[in-house]
Ligand binder design. Sequence first.
Ligand SMILES: [Zn+2]
Length: 247
Amino acid sequence: MITKTKGVVLKEFRFRETSKILTLYTLKYGKIQAMARGAYRPKSQLIANTQTFSYNEYQLYKGKNFYYINQGDIIDSFYSIRENIDRLMYGSYLLELMDLSTMEEEQNEKLFFLLLKGLSVLSKLDRGFVRFILAYELKFISFLGYKPLLDRCANCGNKDLNVIKFSIEKGGIICKDCFRQDNFCENMDSNMYKAMKSLLYTPLDEIMCLKIPECIMFKLHAIMEKYILNKIDREKFNSLMMLKSMK
Ligand SMILES: [Zn+2]
C-alpha cells in the first residue's frame, strides 16, 4: 500500500552499489528509515530528494525492515545551508538533535514544524548563530515534553526569585533555599534568567531584535546542552563537538 507524507532527510547512508538508506523525519510517521533504490545512479530521479537537509513530499510503501521510496517531489532543498560553514555546522546539529531525541515512528507534529521553521530561518542566517540555536533548543526541548519551569522554583514553588540557580535534574530554576541542598545546579544570574525567558517565548524569526550580550548566550547554551543531554539520556552531540573543535 502506497502512502504519502512530507519529510526531511536527517541522515543518508550508501547501501550496496547504488542505493541509499535514509533517516527521515516525517509529518505522518515521525522518524523512519527509508530505502531509496538506485538513488546513486546518475539518472536517478531521487538524487535531489535523498540529500541531507532536503524537504520533500514522498510516496512510500512499507516493506519488512524499511519504508521504500517510490517517488519524491522536492519542496525545499535548503541548499543555502550547505553554502556557509556556520549554517552547515548548526544545521547538522538540528538534524542530529532530532535524530537522537526521537523514537522510530512516533509522530510529533510540533517537532516536525519546528524543524522546518529552524531550517528555513537558518538558511537565511548570517550572524547570531548561538542565539538562534539557543532559542531553537528551548522550543525543541519544550515540544519534547521538558519545558523548563521558569516562573517559580521547580522544587518548592517559591515565587521569590531574587537569587536563583538552574537545576537540570528538576527541570527549571530553583530558589536559594532549595539550591543549598542541590549540589548539581548551574549558576544563573538575573540577566541569564531574563534572556532564557525571552528566547523561549520569542518566535525564531524575531529573535534578532532581542538585546542579549554574547557572553550570556554562551553561558546559557552550555546549560541547555547539559539539560538536553540529560533529558534524552545521551552522552554528547558529535556535531557540537565538531563545532567546538573548530572555534
Ligand atoms: Zn525552592
